[in-house]
Design a protein around this ligand. Structure first.
Ligand SMILES: NC(=O)C1=CN([C@@H]2O[C@H](COP(=O)(O)OP(=O)(O)OC[C@H]3O[C@@H](n4cnc5c(N)ncnc54)[C@H](OP(=O)(O)O)[C@@H]3O)[C@@H](O)[C@H]2O)C=CC1
Ligand SMILES: C=CC1=C(C)/C(=C/c2[nH]c(/C=C3N=C(/C=C4\NC(=O)C(C)=C4C=C)C(C)=C\3CCC(=O)O)c(CCC(=O)O)c2C)NC1=O
Length: 290
C-alpha cells in the first residue's frame, strides 16, 4: 500500500479525504491508504482520520505521498518540502504562483525520481468533455471565454492569471499554442471587484480573449463565444452528470502514475502543457504589471 497524507482541510482537502477513504472498487486508488492529515488548525480528527503534524508527515516512513490541498500561496513551500523529504506529491491547481518555481520544482521531482502530479479537474468534467467534442475538428476564427465568480482572498489565492489557470488550460487544450498579445486588470478593492482581460493569438493568428471577473454575489459560471469557419458556438453544450467525480478521476490518475502505468509520452505531454500554461500566466501577470 502507498501511504498518503492530505495537507490542508478545506473544500478540496475534505473531498480528498472522503475519496481516499472510499476508493472506487477495482480502481488504482485501492493501492492508496490515508495515514493522516495535516492542518495549520487544531482539528484532532476528520472523518475518523487522525491529524498529524507536518514534521511527522515529512519524516514518517509510512508516508509515501502527500496531497497538497492548501490555499495557492502555500503550494510552493509544501510541494518543495515533501519532495525534499523524498515523497511523491499531488498538488491542486494552480501548482505554484510563478513560472520560475514551477520549472524548478519539476526539475527537483525528476532529480529525486518522485511523481509530481498537478490536479487539473477542469479537464475531467463532463461539461468540458462535451465542449471539447463540440470544438474538435472545427477551425477557429475568434473566441472568448468569460468566467465569473465570487471574490477570492488576494493574498492566499495569488494573481488572477494563476488562480484562474483552469481557464488558460481550457483554451490551450482546445486551441493549442497561444501567444499573449496584451492583458489588463481592473480592480475596485472597495467593492471587492476585479476583472482580468487577456488577449492571445493562436498559431494561425486568430484572436482569443479570456475574461476573469469576480465580485460578491457573482455566480460561478463560464460563458463561451467561439466563431468557427462553419458556425458559432455561443453556449456550453449540455452535459450529463458523470458517474465518477473529477477529483476521484484525478486520484485514479495519480495512483496510476505511482504504479508506473502511465506511458512516458503521456507524462511528458502533460508536463509540457502544465508548464506552458503557467508560463502564459506569468506573461499575463507581466503585462498587467507594466
Ligand atoms: N474547491 C474546489 O472545487 C477546487 C479547489 N482547487 C484548489 O484546491 C486548493 C484549496 O482550495 P479550497 O479547498 O477550495 O479552499 P479552502 O479555502 O476551502 O481551503 C484552503 C485552506 O484553508 C484552510 N481552511 C479551510 N477552512 C478553514 C476555516 N474554516 N478557517 C480557517 N482556515 C480554513 C485549510 O487549511 P488548514 O487545514 O491548513 O487550516 C485549507 O486547506 C486551492 O489551490 C484551489 O485552487 C482546485 C480545483 C477545485
Ligand atoms: C459552492 C462553492 C464553491 C466554491 C467555494 C468553489 C471553489 C473553487 N472551485 C474551483 C474549481 C472547480 N470546482 C469544481 C467543482 C466544485 N467545487 C466545489 O466546491 C463544488 C461544490 C463543486 C461541484 C459541485 C470544478 C469542476 C472545478 C474546476 C474548474 C471548473 O471546471 O470550473 C476552484 C479552483 C479555482 C478556480 O478554477 O476557480 C475553487 C477555489 N467551487 C464551488 O462550487
Amino acid at each position: 500500500m502507498i501511504g498518503v497524507v492530505v495537507v490542508g482541510v478545506g473544500i478540496a482537502g475534505s473531498v480528498r479525504i472522503r475519496d481516499l477513504l472510499k476508493p472506487l472498487q477495482s480502481s488504482p486508488s485501492e493501492n492508496l491508504k490515508i495515514v493522516g492529515f495535516v492542518s495549520r488548525r487544531d482539528l484532532g480528527e476528520h472523518n475518523g482520520v487522525k491529524q498529524i503534524c507536518l514534521e511527522e508527515a515529512l519524516r514518517s516512513s509510512e508516508v509515501d505521498a502527500a496531497f497538497i490541498c492548501t490555499d495557492n500561496q502555500n503550494h510552493e513551500e509544501s510541494v518543495r518540502r515533501f519532495l525534499e523529504a523524498g515523497k511523491h506529491v499531488l498538488v491542486e491547481y494552480p501548482m505554484v504562483l510563478s513560472a520560475h518555481a514551477a520549472h524548478e520544482l519539476w526539475q527537483m521531482a525528476e532529480e529525486k525520481g518522485k511523481v509530481l502530479h498537478v490536479e487539473h479537474i477542469e479537464l475531467l468534467t463532463e461539461e468540458y468533455r462535451a465542449l471539447k467534442k463540440e470544438v474538435d475538428g472545427r477551425t477557429l476564427e475568434k473566441g472568448v471565454l468569460h468566467f465569473t465568480g465570487g471574490p477570492l482572498h488576494k493574498q492566499r489565492s495569488g494573481f488572477t492569471a494563476f488562480s484562474g489557470i483552469a481557464r488558460v488550460t481550457w483554451l490551450v487544450d482546445l486551441f493549442g499554442e497561444l501567444t499573449v498579445t496584451s492583458a489588463t486588470q481592473e480592480e475596485n478593492p472597495g467593492e471587492d471587484y476585479s476583472k482580468l482581460t487577456a488577449h492571445f493569438v493562436t498559431a494561425n493568428n486568430k484572436p482569443v480573449t479570456w475574461i476573469e471577473e469576480r465580485a460578491p454575489g457573482m455566480k460561478r459560471e463560464k460563458k463561451v463565444n467561439f466563431t468557427f469557419t462553419n458556425g458559432v458556438l455561443d453556449s456550453l453544450p449540455p452535459a450529463r452528470r458523470g458517474s465518477v467525480g473529477p477529483f476521484m478521476q484525478d486520484q485514479n490518475l495519480f495512483a496510476q502514475k505511482l504504479l508506473g502505468q502511465v506511458p512516458k509520452e503521456e507524462l511528458a505531454a502533460e508536463k509540457k502543457r502544465i508548464l506552458y500554461c503557467i508560463d502564459l500566466a506569468e506573461k499575463i501577470k507581466q503585462y498587467c504589471e507594466h
